[in-house]
Design a protein around this ligand. Structure first.
Ligand SMILES: Cc1cc2nc3c(=O)[nH]c(=O)nc-3n(C[C@H](O)[C@H](O)[C@H](O)COP(=O)(O)O)c2cc1C
Length: 375
């Protein structure tokens, strides 16, 4: 019903891609059931692998393969590829207290203010260092997944390794210069992601961004990301020159998505204004729900600390909230399009999300041709 050159390139039926999302350490944001449901519906499901252990990525890939024989992808992010030591949490905390006393006070005051109790550092938890990222990549290459998506970072080292194994590479760009860089390094598809998107995002809205990236990287195919949740968004993306869509927030309300119910409810009930962009989580700008933590951060007037301090301070509050099962206070990622999802009363099967996008877009494109074009 809706066929573009992307379908032929990736071997899929319809140009709808469920974005890789890596919010939780167990990979429950994009569990194999979600990935397989999207691929089985003719789209492309993607495992959000960025924040999960290499061995869990392997297990998830195998589980997806048990659930579908259709193509799927794995998304990871690439921090700078030089090796760094895993920072000791006590030392990092001491350094924050010395170098950034206002930030230290922000964290230690906010925890009790939210009714939470500080938790000891988690020394056993897996940490995504550059070395660990290499291990993630090794697993993906060994498993020979059909498609690798690079959400953040330099694609130079990865593209030849993937191509050697016959794996296609798609890379995200929030600006023309990033798209050109991925194109020069041999990416097969550029995903142009606008300001409205959930998770890490740039500063340019999709209407000016997508056509500029399409023109800059021609003849490479471009997929549009950010703010797309129904057929209208899909049709608009195609009109701007994209050959497919990459959607994250829309699939957070799928039945198969395993995020905490409080988080799902924020996506279902939040307005577009509730999803704001701050550097709170990692020091890089990302869009998330304006929860109590984010309101406190925005009201503090503080700027994000450099790596690894900002992530460590954020993690302290996250551990305290998770210990109390208070996910609703955290900075859960989500895009402005969440405001459109409030018409859903509850979670819906991923297959239905894909079908509605395809049918909606096909109908709009047909209607436009018969109503707006011609004499
Ligand atoms: C919950 C959540 C987690 C995300 N995690 C990642 C990630 O780990 N890696 C990545 O490349 N992008 C991540 N993103 C961005 C998505 O892959 C996608 O680019 C974005 O959701 C598209 O915008 P939309 O949410 O408006 O559809 C995340 C987005 C969300 C909402």
């Amino acid at each position: 019903m809706l066929h573009t050159p992307l379908c032929d390139l990736l071997g899929i039926g319809v140009p709808i891609i469920q974005a890789g999302m890596g919010w939780d350490k167990e990979g429950m944001t994009t569990p194999p059931e979600l990935v397989a449901a999207v691929s089985n519906a003719g789209g492309l499901g993607c495992i959000g692998g960025s924040s999960i252990r290499p061995e869990v990525i392997r297990e998830r890939i195998r589980r997806v393969r048990a659930l579908t024989d259709k193509p799927f992808g794995v998304d990871i992010t690439l921090p700078k590829m030089e090796d760094v030591k895993v920072p000791d949490p006590d030392e990092v905390k001491k350094e924050i207290a010395e170098k950034f006393p206002q930030h230290a006070a922000f964290t230690s005051n906010l925890i009790p203010k939210l009714g939470l109790t500080a938790q000891p550092p988690d020394r056993k938890s897996w940490v995504k260092t550059p070395h660990a990222t290499r291990e993630q990549l090794k697993v993906i290459l060994e498993e020979g997944v059909p498609i690798l998506i690079i959400g953040l970072g330099d694609t130079a080292e990865v593209v030849p390794l993937a191509h050697e194994k016959g794996i296609k590479v798609m890379a995200l760009a929030g600006a023309v210069k990033h798209a050109l860089s991925h194109a020069r390094k041999g990416a097969d598809v550029i995903i142009a992601q606008g300001y409205e998107a959930g998770g890490h995002t740039g500063t340019i809205g999709n209407f000016p961004l997508i056509p500029q990236i399409v023109d800059a990287v021609k003849p490479l195919p471009v997929v549009a990301a950010g703010g797309i949740a129904d057929g209208r968004g899909v049709a608009a993306a195609l009109a701007l020159g994209a050959v497919g869509v990459w959607c994250g927030t829309a699939f957070l309300v799928s039945e198969e998505c395993g995020i905490h119910p409080a988080y799902k409810s924020q996506i279902l009930n939040g307005s577009s204004e509730d999803f704001v962009r701050t550097a709170y989580t990692s020091g890089h700008f990302a869009r998330h729900y304006r929860s109590d933590v984010i309101k406190a951060w925005m009201g503090s007037g503080l700027e994000a600390m450099p790596t690894p301090y900002q992530g460590a301070a954020m993690d302290e509050i996250r551990r305290a909230a998770e210990a109390a099962d208070r996910t609703e206070v955290l900075q859960v990622p989500g895009g402005q399009v969440a405001g459109m999802l409030s018409r859903e009363k509850s979670a819906i099967p991923a297959k239905v999300i894909v079908e509605r996008m395809v049918e909606g877009a096909a109908q709009i494109l047909n209607n436009m041709r018969s109503h707006y074009v011609g004499a």
